[in-house]
Design a protein around this ligand. Sequence first.
Ligand code: SDX
Length: 378
Amino acid sequence: MDGKPTINLGLEGIYFMESKICKVDGKAGKLYYYGYDIEALAARSNFEETSYLLLHGELPNVKQLADFSRALSEERNLDDKIIDMIKSVPKETNPMHTLSAAMDLIGAYDKNAEKTADNESTSIRIISKIASVVAAIGSIRATSQYTHPDPKLSHTANFLYMLNGEPKPKEVVKLADTMFLLHAEHSSNASTFSGIVTISTLSDIYSAVVSAINTLKGPLHGGADEAALKMITGGIGKDPDKYIDGIISSGNRIMGFGHRVYKTYDPRAVIIKEQLKAAIGDSDSRVKEIAETAFGIEEATIKRTGQKGIWPNVDFFSGPVYSYVGIEPELFTPVFALSRAPGWCSHIMEYLKDNRLIRPTVYYTGETGRPYKEINSR
Ligand code: SDX
């Protein structure tokens, strides 16, 4: 090898496949799921219809959507063994660990887990069950109770029903549903890439989704929504300029800002911010105060980082919206996971169509031929 090759840390800028699922235009701040602009989907579609689009590449007609919704509804129940496992973990367990363990166990019990030909129906099972598991985790942590699903409710309405033990008003369901749709897919983000690496070994779809769940957990990725709300509610509202200057001068990261691809406002954050503004009109003072503090931090940050291409991402305003919907902070990242399940499953199935084991190369800078010494002579 002549000389050191170019090292792309974090695989930044490396193309490893072709895909038709999602376009993330980082310069223009645009996002498309199978060619549909996220603004149109957020305004006119819903999570179930968008999940169908992500799994099939086409929007469903009336019958296709009815069949898909029924299939999701039929998969909502959790086996007692899963509920008992969720009840058995200590209260302080990070819910992402519980979610990962529960989905792995569901896969272990699924006799079709290893059948690639069944991946489409298994994807529906995963999309449905991951929402039931997150709701069960939240409900059992709060009340030690599990609420059985209601087959008559929509996917999102049922999630909120299982989480809270009672139905939520339709405008709250609609807001949550839009949030799930906005989080449903984002091309080769770290968790999706992790799932693709797993499936590239011809492992099974549950194992690939569990890899994705475990990858999403980190604060540089899906964990940023909870970290951002902690920052917003951490008493910095009085002087956001001073607080933001402190983070920047310490070389730390402002949670909910910046993105590997977007060097302008994340289009999802634009929509979520508008949804938040519309929601706080009639919300209680606590959510209104959180939202107004968030707007103050946004202004203080953009003044300092906008010209460096660091703008709010999908995670910054998600926390205040989820607080309004009544979701606790420790459930934010599990909710991100249930939202991203259709995107993960779509990429897993797409990659399998032209599978190639993913195995990049490292540039070795160590020694070779070191003489082995017996332990007593070291
Ligand atoms: C998600 O990939 C996806 O699509 C992910 C996602 C999806 O839908 O799947 O969009 C979801 O993960 C959104 C991102 C959530 N994470 C956070 O909000 C955590 C805070 N953000 C940063 O850690 C950071 O912006 C990343 C990790 C998101 C992206 O960082 P990069 O591309 O690796 O950039 P970098 O860390 O190398 O930073 C480049 C420069 C640095 O300055 P210099 O050292 O070159 O002077 O930008 C600065 C950084 O200091 N910078 C920030 C910053 N993000 C980048 N400075 C302060 N605060 C930040 N948030």
